[in-house]
Design a protein around this ligand. Structure first.
Ligand code: HPA
Length: 267
């Protein structure tokens, strides 16, 4: 039985990957711009069996803006099977393919009146409101991961510069991970606000922890699909998330393409 790395390299080639990209709800479009191969997760041992509509469960490997990338078209969320480390095999693969950096994207609700549906937010930190951790059960001392600069300052600076060059606003804020799959109550949102959260969502934090554990530099961007519960009269639903995510996705794509072009000219 070939292992995961051999399976992927037999289809995508052995040239090293520089960067991984995880695409959130409604953001799958960019994966199809990758000039290379698309491997269904179902062909990849240990990969998540992703069941959330609006996601594209394929690993796309190839060139995007002159950079060899691995784009994960979908993620497994904790709320799907109760497994906070579901993305560990995928991120271990990314590392084994040679990548040293990861950009995660997601859909989120905003707690800040100045960050509205259709806007983006660069995560400058996060709050693990779920109390879960993907490293519970890990036996090595590597589990004691420092998280002080988990959201990599250099990557964030490069993403900010790319946003400026693309003329897209990219405010920064703190993302709070709430387990889902039910949305938050207005009281929970008020609590998260008091605790310092600027946006809330059901993903990304486990991946940031896993990425740091594996020694990958990581940064993440939210597309804001709604104001958080109790902050406006709009309805909050998964349908609404999928309908709104493309608004931010076009801006996100501009930033990521600029960012990658900048990366392409560095060794
Ligand atoms: N809460 C949690 N997750 C989300 C939201 C939200 O308001 N919007 C999109 N994903």
């Amino acid at each position: 039985m070939p292992n995961l790395l051999e399976t992927v390299q037999s289809r995508a080639g052995t040239a090293p990957i520089r960067l991984g990209l995880i695409l959130g709800s409604g953001l799958g479009h960019l994966a199809h711009a990758v000039d290379g191969v698309a491997i269904p997760y179902s062909d990849l041992p240990g990969f998540p069996h992703v069941g959330v509509s609006g996601h594209n469960p394929n690993l796309h490997i190839g060139m995007l803006e002159g950079v060899r990338v691995a784009v994960f078209g979908a993620r497994e969320h904790y709320y799907e099977n109760g497994n906070p480390s579901a993305m560990r095999p995928a991120l271990e693969l990314l590392k084994a393919l040679g990548a040293d950096q990861l950009i995660a994207t997601n859909a989120a609700g905003s707690l800040r009146p100045d960050i509205k549906p259709g806007d983006l937010m660069l995560l400058n930190d996060h709050i693990n409101f779920s109390g879960l951790n993907p490293l519970i059960g890990e036996k090595t001392d590597a589990r004691f991961v420092p998280m002080t600069t988990a959201h990599d300052p250099d990557l964030r600076a490069a993403l900010r510069a790319a946003a400026q060059a693309a003329d897209v606003a990219l405010p920064e804020g703190v993302y709070a991970w709430y387990s889902g799959p039910s949305f938050e109550t207005p009281a929970e949102i008020r609590a998260i606000k008091i605790l310092g959260g600027d946006a809330v969502g059901m993903s990304t934090v486990p991946e940031v922890i896993l990425a740091r554990f594996l020694g990958l530099r990581v940064s993440a961007i939210s597309t804001i699909t709604n104001m958080a519960a109790g902050m406006s009269n709009e309805n909050i639903s998964h349908e609404h998330t999928k309908a709104m995510a493309p608004l931010g996705a076009a801006k996100l794509e501009k930033i990521l393409r600029r960012f990658l072009r900048g990366l392409a000219v560095t060794a």
